[in-house]
Design a protein around this ligand. Structure first.
Ligand SMILES: [Zn+2]
Ligand SMILES: [Zn+2]
Length: 344
C-alpha cells in the first residue's frame, strides 16, 4: 500500500511547515518495517530543541506510536497491522554495544526528532530490532508508554545500587516527573514532588501526590537532608539551573540521585556538599530495550495507564492543520499537560 506523503519540518527562519516527501517504497529490504505513525507526543526536549535550533531542517517527534504497513523479508517478530513504538534512539544493531543489546549506548545511532528523521511524517522505515509491539488500543496511552519507561529505567538504576525504597523526592512534575511518580506509586512508594508551575502542581495533586513549590520545600525543616532517593526530572538546561544545585540540601547521608534532566553545557559546582554526604549519582543514558519491553507488558491496558493518560494528556491536535498550534500550546506550561499530534 502506498500512502500519503508529508512531513513536518521546522526552520528557525520560517517556523513549521508541512512539506511533501516521496511516496513510501513498495519493496522493503531485510529487516525493514514500514510504519504509519498514528500519534506523536510533544516532549520537553522537543521544545528545548525548538528554542536552541538555528538551522532550517529540524524533524521533530520521538514519542510515537504507529501501525505496521509492510515488513521486509527477514522480519520475524512483527506483522502487518501490528501497533508499534520505539525508543528515541534508533540503534544500528551492529556496533559492540548493540551486539550486547545495549541499544541506548549505540555509537552509530540515529536519533528520532533530529535533522535526519522525526516521527511527524506520513511514513517511516525502522528496522525490526528497534521496534516494540503493544496491544494498547488507546493511541494516547500507547504513546505515553515510552515516557513511563524512562521512570521504570530510573528505578532499575536504583535497583543496581540495592536502593529502591525510602523517602523519595522527585524534582519536576512535567510528563517525566509525573510518570515517574506513578511508577513509584505502583511500587508502593509515596514520593514527594517539587514543582514550580501551579497547573502542573495541581495535576500531580489530582493524581494523589504530595507536591510542594521549591521555596515551600526549602523552608520545611523536615526535608533538610531527609531523602534517600532523589530523581531530577527538571527538564533540559543549558545554563546550570535546574534541580542540580538543590540535591545536596535534600539528600541524606549516602543518598542516591538519578539525573534524568539534561545539562548540556559546562557549569561550575562545588563537589564538597555531595562528598560530605557520600552521594551516589547516576546519570541516565536512555532506556534499555528490555526495560521498554517490560514497561509495555506491565502497563498496557491497565487502569493505572488509563488514569494517567486521562490526567496527563491535555490536548490532541491534528497533523497538517494544527502542528504549529500544538507546539505553541505545549510551550505554555500553565496551559498544557502532555500535548499530542494525531496523524491519522
Ligand atoms: Zn522525550
Ligand atoms: Zn549500535
Amino acid at each position: 500500500m502506498r500512502i500519503n506523503n508529508k512531513e513536518c519540518l521546522y526552520s528557525k527562519q520560517n517556523g513549521f511547515s508541512i512539506v511533501p516527501i516521496d511516496l513510501s517504497p513498495t519493496v522493503l529490504k531485510g529487516s525493514e518495517v514500514l510504519i504509519r505513525p498514528e500519534m506523536v507526543g510533544i516532549c520537553g526536549s522537543d521544545l528545548y530543541h525548538l528554542e536552541t535550533y538555528e538551522g532550517e531542517n529540524l524533524r521533530l517527534g520521538h514519542e510515537w506510536t504507529g501501525q505496521v504497513l509492510a515488513v521486509g523479508p527477514d522480519v520475524k517478530s512483527i506483522a502487518i497491522s501490528d501497533r508499534v513504538t520505539s525508543s528515541a534512539v534508533l540503534a544500528c544493531g551492529k556496533c559492540p554495544h548493540c551486539q550486547k543489546r545495549e541499544y541506548n549506548f549505540c555509537v552509530q545511532s540515529e536519533i528520532l526528532g533530529s535533522e535526519k528523521i522525526g516521527a511527524l511524517r506520513s511514513w517511516m522505515i525502522i528496522e525490526e530490532h528497534n521496534l516494540l509491539k503493544t496491544t494498547e488500543s488507546d493511541l494516547k496511552a500507547a504513546t505515553l508508554l515510552e515516557v513511563i519507561a524512562v521512570g521504570e529505567q530510573a528505578y532499575l538504576h536504583l535497583a543496581a545500587l540495592n536502593n529502591t525504597s525510602g523517602a523519595t523526592l522527585i524534582f519536576g512534575a512535567g510528563s517525566v516527573g509525573l510518570c515517574l511518580a506513578e511508577v513509584a506509586k505502583r511500587k508502593g512508594i509515596k514520593p514527594v514532588i517539587i514543582e514550580l508551575t501551579q497547573t502542573r502542581k495541581e495535576r500531580a495533586e489530582k493524581l494523589g501526590h504530595e507536591v510542594y513549590t521549591l521555596s515551600q520545600a526549602l523552608m520545611n525543616p523536615k526535608f533538610d537532608h531527609h531523602f534517600g532517593i532523589i530523581f531530577d526530572a527538571s527538564g533540559d538546561h543549558c545554563d546550570g539551573k535546574g534541580a542540580w544545585s538543590f540535591i545536596a540540601h535534600f539528600g541524606k547521608k549516602e543518598f542516591a540521585a538519578v539525573m534524568i534532566a539534561k545539562y548540556t553545557k559546562k557549569f561550575s559546582f562545588n563537589p564538597d556538599a555531595l562528598a560530605k554526604l557520600s552521594a551516589r549519582l547516576i546519570w541516565m543514558r536512555g532506556v534499555h530495550p528490555d526495560c521498554l519491553i517490560q514497561t509495555i507488558k506491565d502497563w498496557e491496558k491497565t487502569e493505572a495507564l488509563k488514569r494517567l493518560t486521562n490526567e496527563l494528556v491535555s490536548h490532541v491536535f491534528q497533523f497538517e492543520t494544527e502542528t504549529s498550534k500544538a507546539f505553541e500550546t505545549a510551550g505554555n506550561q500553565n496551559l498544557a499537560g502532555k500535548v499530542m499530534i494525531k496523524l491519522t
